[in-house]
Structures are given as structure tokens and as C-alpha cells.
Design a protein around this ligand. Structure first.
Ligand SMILES: NC(=O)c1ccc[n+]([C@@H]2O[C@H](COP(=O)([O-])OP(=O)(O)OC[C@H]3O[C@@H](n4cnc5c(N)ncnc54)[C@H](O)[C@@H]3O)[C@@H](O)[C@H]2O)c1
Length: 303
């Protein structure tokens, strides 16, 4: 994949998956604006990319407000003359069970993930439409947003909404040649290091580079951040010009495509449906289509 001449912004690229995306995009030849709320982390990644022969500048700041989004687009244009790719990766967690979650915890997560994705994509698409030669928007969802996850009211809401925006934007941006997709990654980062089944393996990978075991890489689709970066490079490339409106899973040895919500079954009744009619139809037919919820628990093989 050759991304020479392309210019990308990656938000939250100071560590974890965002850093892997920024490094892989730069490795494929793109010039990268490295954003993170942590200025030292952003500067360090930009420095590493440059030291490896790539092109990168750091533009720190909190994703969420429209001003940050505009600053990122302006920096791409000032430094490299244009903008072709935006990866809205920045994210935080404020996990707590519904009845204990505060409004502050709810709002903080929606501010970074949901408003941050909206403001950054809006600023980028405005610029891409002015340029007139298409573009690539790569947003970030999560299995929690697709399936629901206890303790993640705020995060699941934001991530599900991001995929809903992706579907909408893929339609709105099609005529401008701008593709809009969501990646649904699963990888060992600070965000996942504390999941009990994964924690010891993540710790030994972080401490000494011990590869994650096969049951995690293939069985659970859980890998290291670099495993997810190939999907972002593909979506940024001309090879993915026809791919839009999709939610694509990546992690470890696994690549997948998620379904969008669809009506699975339907029934019709002249004059409409009373509660009694629905109760009968539910037990006779529709009920068997009821859907599972939640992320399946990891299945570690018996030793
Ligand atoms: N790790 C996984 O398995 C996983 C699974 C599903 C989704 N995701 C998503 O992938 C993205 C990256 O996650 P990660 O695991 O690399 O997390 P991480 O915590 O390792 O990295 C997130 C980065 O975003 C930065 N950040 C936080 N708030 C910011 C803000 N307002 N503005 C700019 N930068 C900000 C942090 O400083 C950090 O460097 C997130 O959107 C996350 O929800 C991760």
C-alpha cells in the first residue's frame, strides 16, 4: 500500500492503537498529524515517526470541542498542504454500573468519543469537499457499542452512536468521493490491560515482548495494537475506494465484518396490533428471533 502524497490526522495517537495507526500510515508514506491530549506523548510519537524516516507533526489538544477539530485540520493544511485521511481514535473510559454512574462520567465519555468524532469529521469533510478529490474517514467503534457491556452505559452509547453516524455520513459523503467506515478493534492497550482474562498476557507482552497466546490471538481476536493498523492503512488506500458505510472488526489473527441492524422478521395484521395480539404473535413467531446481548466471556482453554 503506497500512501505517498497523502496527509492523515490521527487523534489520540500518543499511545495504544492510535500510535500504531499513525506509525503504520507514516510507514506507508503518508504525512501524519499526531494528536493527543497528552502533549508529551504526541511529541514523542511524531519524533519516532520522523526518526524512522517518515513525516509527522504533533498537534496536541483535547478532542471534543470544535476548536480542536479545526486546529487539527488547519495544521494538516499548513504543514502538508492538504488533508486526505482522518482517523478519529481518541478515547477514554469512565466505567460504572448504571445506578452509580454520574452525569459527569456520562458526559466525559460522550464528549471525547461522540462529540469528538462529530466535530473532527465535520471539520475534515468540509476541507475534503473544498479540495474536491475525495477522502477517507475512519471512525472507531467497539464490541461494547455493537453488543452492550455491563458498566459501559456511556461508552456503549457513544460507540453505537459513532457507527450510526458512519452509516449516515457514508450516504451524505458518497457524492464527494469520501468514504466513511468504522473499525471495531480489539487490542492490548492501557484500555484493556485490566480485563482479568487478558491481564497476565498483556503484562508479559508489555514487560518483555512475549507474544500473546494463540487462544487470545485467534480464539478471541485479541492482539497487539500493530495488528489493527493494517486495516486502517487499507481503508486509507485507493484499494478501499469502494468500501464505505461498513463496520469492520480487527484484532489479533481475526478480521471480520459486522452486520448493521436490520428487521429480522415482521408480521402484519389488518387494523394494527393490540397488546394481546402482540403477546400472541410474540409467543407464536416473533419471540424466537429475540437477540443475544453482551460480549461473550473469553474462553481460555483448559491447561
Ligand atoms: N483496546 C481495545 O481493545 C479497544 C477496543 C474497542 C475500541 N477501542 C477504541 O480504540 C481507541 C483507542 O483505544 P486504546 O485502547 O488505544 O486506548 P488508550 O487509552 O491506550 O489510548 C487512547 C489515547 O487517547 C488519548 N486521549 C484521551 N482523551 C483524549 C482527547 N480528548 N483528545 C485527544 N486524545 C485523547 C489518550 O491520551 C491516549 O493516548 C478508543 O477509541 C477506544 O475506545 C479500543
Amino acid at each position: 500500500m503506497d500512501l505517498s502524497g497523502r496527509v492523515a490526522i490521527v487523534t489520540g495517537a500518543g499511545r495504544g492503537l492510535g500510535r500504531a495507526y499513525a506509525e503504520a500510515l507514516a510507514g506507508a508514506g503518508a504525512a501524519v498529524v499526531v494528536n493527543d491530549v497528552d502533549p508529551d506523548a504526541a511529541a514523542e510519537v511524531a519524533k519516532r515517526v520522523t526518526a524512522a524516516g517518515g513525516a509527522a507533526v504533533a498537534e496536541p489538544g483535547p478532542v471534543g470541542p470544535a476548536e480542536t477539530a479545526q486546529r487539527l485540520v488547519d495544521r494538516a493544511v499548513e504543514a502538508y498542504g492538504r488533508l486526505d485521511v482522518l482517523v478519529t481514535n481518541a478515547g477514554i473510559l469512565r466505567d460504572r454500573i448504571l445506578w452509580k454512574m454520574t452525569e459527569e462520567e456520562f458526559d466525559a465519555v460522550l464528549e471525547v468519543h461522540l462529540r469528538g468524532t462529530f466535530t473532527c469529521v465535520r471539520a475534515a469533510v468540509r476541507r475534503m469537499r473544498e479540495q474536491g478529490d475525495g477522502g477517507r474517514i475512519i471512525a472507531v467503534g467497539s464490541p461494547a457499542g455493537q453488543l452492550g457491556n455491563p458498566g459501559q452505559t456511556n461508552y456503549a452509547a457513544a460507540k453505537a452512536a459513532i457507527v450510526a453516524m458512519v452509516r449516515t455520513w457514508s450516504i451524505e459523503c458518497a457524492r464527494a468521493g469520501i468514504t466513511v467506515n468504522a473499525v471495531i478493534p480489539v487490542a492490548a492497550t492501557e484500555m484493556t490491560a485490566t480485563i482479568p482474562a487478558f491481564a497476565p498476557h498483556v503484562a508479559s507482552w508489555q514487560a518483555g515482548g512475549t507474544p500473546l497466546p494463540q487462544w487470545l490471538r485467534a480464539g478471541e481476536g485479541f492482539g497487539v495494537p500493530a495488528d489493527a493498523a493494517g486495516l486502517v492503512v487499507f481503508l486509507a488506500s485507493t484499494a478501499a475506494a469502494g468500501v464505505t458505510g461498513q463496520a469492520i472488526g480487527i484484532g489479533g489473527d481475526k478480521l471480520s465484518i459486522w452486520s448493521h441492524p436490520r428487521e429480522l422478521a415482521s408480521a402484519y395484521r389488518d387494523g394494527g396490533w393490540s397488546a394481546d395480539d402482540i403477546a400472541q404473535a410474540w409467543s407464536a413467531a416473533l419471540g424466537r428471533w429475540a437477540q443475544d446481548v453482551g460480549i461473550p466471556a473469553p474462553k481460555e482453554p483448559d491447561r
